[in-house]
Design a protein around this ligand. Structure first.
Ligand SMILES: C[S@@+](CC[C@H](N)C(=O)[O-])C[C@H]1O[C@@H](n2cnc3c(N)ncnc32)[C@H](O)[C@@H]1O
Length: 350
């Protein structure tokens, strides 16, 4: 638990009596001293391990997919954009794979979108073999280029703050956060929703009793869709999420590989939520994009050859440990591990 002085340093709009859940999350993740501005979160030694960190095969399969689409549908100068590259591992594996077609990187304007200064330093270090002049780092996506784009992300959209609503006794309530000065801790309260605009929006979800939404995530994705519609391109979004009604809220906090309360270790722990893919698909459709894929991580990786890739790696290199590779692939595709919870959504205008 942080000391009171430290909690205040996280600058949680603490002059207000209470504030919306998404504002609390935003401050805890992206405010001064927020988690994503200063922590090194990814890796076995840190808070969580992501798919690219589990096996090089993950990035290789995506690399082949990207190169194929570029060759078939773009085959000219383009923007290659990764959202939230973490340690740069996925980019590294894609880059190595894409060498099968040298024109790919010769034509690419590489743009890595990263908000975290510490991670950016790690990316610069890990990608130092690649001509650095070819990579541009930015904190936010800018939509000024007129070139077609290939945009991809793994575990980026789960970082957006959410709002939570509860339907009870013919009323909708929203979860807010309050600070208890005496006990020096945060806790949740429910406030009745009175905004007509929000009530009109929520009434579609009455039957499911709860509704969790990230308006900022949906808005971000909508901007991408509009950009692709205008300038052509493809977006591959990989994340954990759902496309059916949920029975429980999905917001979670992870500290050192363990689930915790969002009110603990503020600024020191990851807070994320499952992506509502139904909403993203609807946004893509409204913007007249094609839905190329919406499948589980397991189905995508198998369809595009992870099992064959594993065999090839083992045949080519007898020093590789078969059990280790089996374990890595199992972790990625087993339905009880990451295979089902993670999804690939691919939308395009090509
Ligand atoms: C959960 S990590 C995933 C990292 C990497 N993609 C991987 O799979 O290992 C989320 C990444 O997105 C970055 N990030 C989160 N929200 C962001 C935002 N709004 N703008 C830019 N980067 C962001 C984080 O700093 C981090 O690099």
């Amino acid at each position: 638990m942080l000391s009171k002085r430290k909690i205040n340093k996280v600058k949680l709009l603490n002059n207000k009596k209470n504030f919306r859940l998404d504002k609390f999350i935003e401050m805890a993740l992206f405010g001064n001293n927020g988690y994503y501005l200063r922590k090194k979160p990814i890796g076995r030694k840190f808070d969580f391990v992501t798919s690219p960190e589990i096996s090089q095969m993950f990035g290789e399969i995506i690399g082949v997919y990207l190169v194929y689409h570029w060759k078939e549908k773009i085959n000219s100068k383009f923007n290659l954009i990764e959202l939230g590259p973490g340690n740069g591992t996925l980019f590294k594996d894609i880059e190595r794979t894409a060498k099968i077609l040298p024109n790919f990187f010769e034509n690419a304007n590489v743009n890595l979108i990263e908000i975290n200064k510490e991670l950016r330093k790690i990316q610069v270090k890990n990608l130092n073999y690649f001509k650095q002049s070819k990579i541009r780092w930015s904190k936010a996506l800018n939509f000024t280029s007129k070139l077609p784009s290939i945009i991809y992300s793994n575990e980026f959209f789960d970082c957006f703050p959410v709002r939570q609503f509860l339907h009870d006794n013919n009323n909708w309530f929203e979860r807010y956060v309050k600070f208890n000065e005496k006990e020096n801790k945060y806790y949740s309260i429910n406030k009745r929703v009175i905004s007509k605009k929000i009530l009109d929006y929520l009434n579609k979800y009455k039957r499911q009793k709860i509704y969790e939404v990230s308006f900022s995530r949906n808005k971000y994705f909508e901007k991408i869709c509009k950009y692709l519609k205008k300038n052509r391109g493809i977006c591959i979004l990989i994340d954990y999420g759902y496309n059916e009604k949920i029975k429980n809220f999905t917001l979670q906090a992870i500290y050192n590989h363990k689930k915790t309360s969002i009110f603990e270790n503020i600024g020191q722990q990851d807070i994320s939520s499952h992506v509502n893919f139904d909403e993203l698909i609807e946004i893509a459709k409204q913007n007249k994009l094609q839905i190329n894929e919406f499948v589980s991580q397991r189905d995508f990786l198998i369809k595009y050859g992870i099992l064959e890739r594993k065999k090839k790696l083992l045949t080519k290199n007898s020093n590789l440990n078969k059990n280790l590779l089996d374990e890595e692939v199992d972790r990625l595709i087993n339905v009880d591990r990451m295979g089902k919870l993670f999804n690939f959504l691919v939308v395009s205008n090509l």
